[in-house]
Design a protein around this ligand. Structure first.
Ligand SMILES: Nc1ncnc2c1ncn2[C@@H]1O[C@H](COP(=O)(O)OP(=O)(O)O)[C@@H](O)[C@H]1O
Ligand SMILES: [Mg+2]
Length: 279
């Protein structure tokens, strides 16, 4: 782990670096994400804090969340994954700063989805996941809240709090993390002990695609496949993709290569693929 890249502060982050909190951007288990402004007003940054003495989690859990997220983010670089992060160990909290995205998360943009935006975000998130998976990393919390939208209108995968390096297929070591409604169904089957964790990310991406297609978040109890097969009539090219990502049987679910190849075979994706990969 790159502990050397974590700066130790003797006061809280705001006093140490002359920043002022402006407003809360999001709240999490043991802290929040705030927009902060530098004293001279020239710099806006997002400040993610994990309180060391939170009643919601033990210090050990907080440390695990923080060090995992920082260690992974400091070691990866992809244009659709949050970058330029800095990490601080302050007396009462762990702090991570990252670029501020004024457009917020994908959740806020769901009502305005167009097929162009769905295609673009899906391609960009497939590329980000392919990058992670090829490095044996899984995100484990893919959902619209954890995708930020940049000023250029690109999807930026963020919140690596429960991401991990896949060292085994055993759930006793890796755990059954995920958000209800986005978590692959096999993770909730206590009889199953070994998983393809990469395909769990693909299921969550399927639910996120479902959110983009219907343009809103849905109840965690939704039977996505039944909706895709019987209820949603006008979902065109997304039906096949949704069926293969939301498939209950992981052995039949698409991985990033299958999904990328499928997207690349769609004639209308050619210009987006050119923009994304320059080929
Ligand atoms: N860099 C950022 N710019 C703008 N908003 C952000 C940024 N990072 C996080 N947020 C907002 O804060 C919310 C929570 O941040 P996240 O990193 O997902 O933390 P948590 O672990 O609490 O879910 C996000 O869903 C998003 O709405
Ligand atoms: Mg989050």
């Amino acid at each position: 782990m790159n502990y050397l890249f974590i700066t130790t502060c003797h006061q809280d982050f705001y006093h140490s670096f002359g920043f002022t909190p402006v407003r809360v951007l999001g709240k999490g288990l043991a802290g929040d994400v705030k927009l902060a402004r530098s004293r001279d007003g020239s710099n806006l940054t997002a400040v993610k804090t994990l309180n060391k003495n939170s009643p919601a989690a033990s210090l050990e859990t907080i440390q695990k969340l923080f060090f995992t997220e920082v260690d992974i983010l400091l070691n990866i670089k992809h244009k659709n994954i949050i970058g330029n992060i800095m990490a601080y160990d302050c007396p009462r909290e762990y702090v991570m700063t990252m670029p501020y995205y004024p457009s917020g998360s994908l959740t806020r943009h769901l009502p305005n989805m167009t097929t162009y935006l769905i295609d673009k975000y899906l391609l960009q998130l497939t590329s980000a996941l392919n990058y992670l998976h090829s490095r044996q990393l899984v995100h484990r919390d893919i959902k619209p809240d954890n995708v930020l939208i940049s000023q250029d209108g690109d999807a930026i995968l963020s919140d690596f709090g429960v991401a991990c390096l896949v060292t085994t297929t055993s759930v006793s070591i890796i755990g059954r993390m995920g958000t209800p409604g986005y978590k692959a169904p096999e993770l909730s089957d206590m009889r199953i002990q070994c998983f393809d964790f990469y395909l769990c990310d693909m299921y969550s991406l399927g639910v996120l695609l479902f959110n983009m297609v219907v343009r809103h978040l849905v109840s965690p109890n939704t039977d996505y496949l039944a909706c895709v097969q019987h209820l949603l009539t006008d979902i065109g090219v997304y039906r096949v993709i949704l069926q293969y990502l939301l498939c209950k049987y992981p052995q039949m679910r698409w991985n990033t290569t299958h999904l990328h190849n499928h997207l690349a075979s769609m004639p209308h994706m050619a210009s987006l693929i050119h923009q994304q990969f320059g080929c």
